[in-house]
Design a protein around this ligand. Structure first.
Ligand code: HAM
Length: 417
């Protein structure tokens, strides 16, 4: 038997209700914050991600799903931010709207080693605010993430925030770190030894025990930070405090993508594996729009991993709200009448279904029960002769024979539709 690709999932019908519920809550809250949905393609030019996330990012180094087509190389999107900035520029939103608040839901692809909470195809619920460097945008975006989590019924998480500063400040921090770590290289893991030259900031959030110990002893200050970036972060902290949003500051939170500057944040949950403990993450990327050929304008966003939200919320099944009326037709004449009645019910938006498996009356009643049907319609030889239908009320346990022409009006009243 052909199996699904490792690290991917089938979301089966009895799980889909829960996914739809999370999506519905998200859409509602995004709309309350006046965000509009955007749906970029799942496949992009590889170079878009190389340029945006940075050649040294782990995603670019080893996690891209690439598709060769002649001399072109496409990539299945590993994240949404780069695509959305591309779409913003390609569709001239920078000229027509300039300031946009966009959200997206959908699959992302990373060729990772699958484990609990880490998939090769996973889903983001994310947003991007493009066209402003106002620190209150950072406050709005972090507070939106907090509101979404509350809306999903998730608690017990921790919002961790840091300030990376502008590109110049980031280079200052990198230089500082190289100095501090120079004589400690021997104590770092092999990955971090390579990071020292390529991407020294990533050593700060390495999960390896030895590296955590080395980093814990470093004297990290914000002495390399310019006045503008310090001021921006002060306003972010004040705004979050004004909204009574609990947060922690962690100087070791650096994020793995090159595009980040200034405010970055991660939302951690103890219900997740300690190696993959982020429900979601985001931050400012004030240089990306310009780097991709657009104006010099600020931007900020975040994304949740939907699978991780479900892991901590519990994937208990949601009962489908749909309770179809179930039609049982016994015999050929009844089946012919039945398909017309079914079509009429559906034409009046009454959710309805019938048996196509040749079940006995008893078997079909059991099926109606399994589907949670409140009403069952039965057509047999007697009913055909009398031009009637038996209407069974499953809750009350009562039944009556009514003229076929009365079925739809009667059900519409009962179901108030
Ligand atoms: P990210 O931290 O790479 O950020 O991903 C965001 C979230 O997606 C993570 O916190 C995690 O919950 C989930 N996630 C990531 N990889 C996997 C995986 N392999 N399996 C399951 N879940 C995963 C970004 O992608 C940025 N684009 C976020 C952002 C938006 N920054 C600014 N705007």
């Amino acid at each position: 038997m052909i199996k699904r690709v490792a690290g991917t999932r089938d979301i089966l019908p009895d799980q889909v209700n829960l996914w739809q519920r999370i999506e519905e809550i998200s859409r509602k809250i995004f709309s309350v914050y006046n965000f509009s949905e955007i749906r970029p393609p799942l496949v992009e030019e590889e170079i878009l991600f190389n340029r945006s996330l940075g050649e040294s990012a782990e995603i670019i180094q080893k996690q891209m799903f690439l598709i060769k087509n002649g001399s072109d190389t496409y990539a299945l999107r590993p994240e949404g931010t780069a695509s959305i900035v591309r779409a913003y520029l390609e569709n001239n939103l920078d000229k027509t709207n300039a300031f946009v608040k966009l959200y997206y839901l959908g699959p992302m692809f990373r060729l990772e080693r699958p484990q609990k909470g880490r998939f090769r195809q996973f889903h983001h619920i994310g947003c991007e605010v493009i066209g402003s460097s106002d620190p209150l945008v950072d406050v709005e975006v972090i507070s939106l993430a907090d509101t979404l989590l509350k809306g999903y019924g998730i608690g017990g998480y921790k919002i961790v925030v840091n300030n990376l500063g502008c590109a110049k400040d980031k280079s200052g921090l990198s230089a500082n770190l190289r100095k501090l770590l120079k004589d400690k290289l021997g104590e770092l893991c092999e990955d971090c030894k390579a990071r020292y030259a390529r991407n020294v900031l990533r050593i700060l959030d390495c999960k390896n025990k030895g590296c955590v110990e080395v980093v814990g002893k470093l004297n990290l200050s914000d002495g390399h930070m310019c006045a503008g970036c310090l001021g921006h972060f002060t306003q972010v902290k004040q705004g979050l405090a004004a909204l009574k949003i609990d947060f922690e500051i962690s100087p070791t939170l650096v994020r793995g993508l090159d595009y980040y500057t200034s405010t970055v944040f991660e939302i951690k949950h103890p219900g997740l594996d300690s190696q993959q403990d982020a429900l979601g993450a985001g931050g400012r990327y004030d240089n990306l729009v310009k780097e991709l050929g657009g104006p010099d304008t600020g931007a900020m966003g975040f994304a949740f991993g939907l699978e991780r939200l479900l892991l901590v919320r519990g994937e208990e099944k949601e009962n489908p709200s749909r309770k179809p009326v179930y039609l049982i037709s016994l015999g050929e004449a009844a089946r012919a009448e039945g398909i017309k009645l079914l079509s009429g019910l559906r034409g009046h938006n009454i959710s309805s279904d019938t048996d196509y498996e040749g079940k006995s009356l008893k078997g079909a009643m059991r099926k109606a029960n399994d589907l949670g049907a409140d009403y069952v319609l039965i057509i047999g030889d007697d009913e055909i002769r009398e031009n009637a239908v038996t209407l069974k009320d499953m809750q009350q346990g009562t039944q009556e024979k009514i003229p076929i022409g009365e079925v739809i009006p009667r059900l519409k009243t009962k179901l108030s539709c």
